[in-house]
Design a protein around this ligand. Sequence first.
Ligand SMILES: *Cc1c(COP(=O)(O)O)cnc(C)c1O
Length: 400
Amino acid sequence: MHIYPDAKSVVRDLTPDEPVILNRPHAAARAARFFVDKFPGKSLYAVKANPSPELLQTLWDNGITHYDVASIAEVRLARTTLPDATLCFMHPVKTARAIREAYHNHGVKTFSLDTTEELEKIVDACRDDEGNAASDLRLLVRLRVSSEYSELSLASKFGAELGEAAALLQLTRQHCDWLGICFHVGSQAMSPFAYVTALDRVRAAIAEASVVIDMVDVGGGFPSIYPGMEPPPLEDYFKIIHQHFYALPIAYNAELWCEPGRALCAEYSSMIVRVDKRRGDELYINDGAYGALYDAAHVAWKFPVEALEDDLRDADADFAFYGPTCDDADYMQGPFPLPSDIQAGDYIEIGMLGAYGTAMKTGFNGFGDAEQVLVADEPMLSLYDGSRVRPEADNVVSLR
Ligand SMILES: *Cc1c(COP(=O)(O)O)cnc(C)c1O
């Protein structure tokens, strides 16, 4: 497949009417190697952040062997793409049919749960034809933890409360030889401390249950880098997680897992959009809230932008974007700094859309087509290219 040097060369070659997704396998490969080399345990890729088969293959080729899947469609996709991968079904609310297919047809042994109903469902769905319970289940009890350090909360929906966790751990222990605890601190956790408070909760749950724990899974939430959101080094997260994991009352050979989505794939993709109309400081572009800019519209996420025209000379001004659909909500407030003489017909590259960006695209209103091409240049921002100096404490800011 042809590899373009950069976004400008794509515009020159294609002058595209539709958005174009630019993929950078080298950036995803570097992120994978970073986690494989530096995280003091096993790193699972959370497929929902970006299920592209090419990305899954790149991560596999660079040492990611385990995949966190949350639906039967993700199970099938990951299994078809990576026949030898270990798949872990980490959605705490599954259908019996999905569990049965995952276990019996796709070799999935690892499941998470946060209620006794889900435990019974898993145990029943994995029985053999004679009705014998499975002896090879690996079960994780998901704890509810705080999302206070994260930009996007995952605290309300899933997870057993501390008060009910001990009983659930004890009951789950009776159905598996390998018992884990997992949690999710919320996405884009801007402080390593998020994991400390969560691991304190894990400690309390284990102490109360007094069961043997074979694995602790600290979930996702590892940040990427965006304008106005420059996190501390990931090494700080790994170090603090390792220290607090070691202090837990768990089996001496207990495993440590994490499930990064965003941190493994944010740098993988950017997108070229075209300005179709300008109205004052509002640019009407050809992707938006129903496309890869879901987070820009819904939680005012600020993705990095760069004009791709060489003849724009004016200083930057702040712009908001309208997407292509007929819906007023298809609006991204930004602000996005771009040269103040930008106009209809000009192209813009929007960066850091590999996680929860390209994966969110819909076909609503007939807009959704996007060609995908490979580019060889660096992502607009990177946590892994060695360019970052340790930010000062007051430099670690959050958007909202
Ligand atoms: C979404 C999700 C992840 C990945 O989260 P990131 O914030 O993208 O790292 C990991 N585990 C579970 C269970 C999830 O739902």
